[in-house]
Design a protein around this ligand. Structure first.
Ligand SMILES: [Zn+2]
Ligand SMILES: [Zn+2]
Length: 331
């Protein structure tokens, strides 16, 4: 196998496992470092080892790939990834409405996110980097978002569409953290709360209801903010009147996100059941912060299938044209 492919696949699988971003980044950097090298250059072990961006593990991966086998590191990762079974619903998903690039807190360029989305067979991906207030995530000012829009517009083609978007912060009072006119220009608006998740039930409910009733939101992201596992530790779900929030979502045609990240599993099953009963739309999203995380959709699809969500109620099973009609509705 080609060393470049081996390094990229390792990075992708590490990202899917959500191992440390430095680890995955090391493999992506090494893949970049050997991009375009001839076979002879790759086989010159001494100069390869001195090359910037090549470390011990990436060097051995390259050597093993050149020797003609699947590098052991990659074989292990493949084996771990192989045990997951794909749901029937996963096969019906056409795209993803929530993803990040290195413009905010994602790992890679928009290019690599698009390549990975195409490789998964997605028809579309919405790029939804964070909004200004989320400084820790390098949220985009209106100026940076406008600059990003110029780039996003150029990235569609060959049966794939990169939708413009944002994951806009829901402020404490339920306001949205971006200029209204700019939100109206975007294809997809995901709105999520990232701060003050421990607000009391009444104010938290009013906060989310106001956000989804703003007429500017398509998807309500990770509804409760809970974390159930992983390196960031756990966090209980926000307390809120789910029925009131989901009724507002249904009235405004806002889809409730089923966030696929295993550490989130948000909303919890009992809330999915309420949203289902109320008649809400859903969007199964990866919330990928790296190319290899786009395939986390598998987990969200499995949860939605187990919860009995009918595919036609999931906007990401819809053809792009219908999806665009929905996001372009008088929000
Ligand atoms: Zn978020
Ligand atoms: Zn996100």
């Amino acid at each position: 196998m080609h060393p470049h492919d081996a390094l990229s696949e390792i990075a992708t699988l590490l990202e899917r496992e959500r191992s440390s971003r430095y680890k995955s980044k090391a493999f992506r950097t090494a893949a970049d470092a050997i991009e375009g090298l001839s076979d002879a250059e790759l086989r010159d072990a001494a100069s390869l080892r001195r090359r910037k961006g090549i470390g011990d593990s990436t060097f051995s991966v390259i050597q093993e790939a050149l020797a003609g086998g699947v590098p052991a590191y990659l074989a292990d990762l493949r084996e771990r990834a192989g045990v997951q079974r794909a749901s029937t619903l996963r096969g019906l998903l056409r795209g993803d409405l929530h993803s990040h690039s290195d413009w905010s807190d994602g790992l890679t360029s928009i290019d690599l996110m698009v390549d990975a989305a195409r490789a998964l067979g997605h028809e579309y991906l919405a790029l939804t980097d964070h909004s200004p207030r989320l400084r820790v995530a390098n949220g985009l000012s209106p100026e940076r978002l406008r600059a990003q829009l110029e780039i996003v517009r150029e990235m569609s083609g060959d049966g794939f569409t990169l939708l413009s978007g944002i994951e806009v912060d829901i402020l404490e009072d339920g306001g949205l953290d971006q200029e209204p006119e700019l939100l109206d220009e975007l294809d997809v608006v995901v709105a999520s709360a990232h701060s003050k998740l421990r607000m009391e039930r009444g104010p938290m409910t009013r906060r989310l209801v106001r956000a989804v009733s703003s007429g500017r939101v398509d998807v309500l992201g990770h509804v409760t903010g809970r974390l159930v596992e992983g390196s960031r530790g756990t966090r209980p779900p926000s307390t809120l009147d789910a029925r009131a929030v989901f009724e507002a979502c249904a009235e405004n045609g806002v889809a409730v996100e089923i966030n696929s990240r295993p550490e989130r599993q948000d909303p919890p099953d009992e809330l999915i059941a309420i949203a289902l009963e109320i008649g809400c739309l859903f969007s199964i999203d990866s919330d990928a912060h790296a190319p290899g995380q786009l395939s986390l959709l598998d987990y969200g699809a499995e949860r939605a299938e187990n919860a009995g969500v009918p595919p036609e109620r999931i906007v990401t099973t819809w053809p792009l044209e219908r999806l665009r009609e929905w996001t372009g509705r008088a929000r």
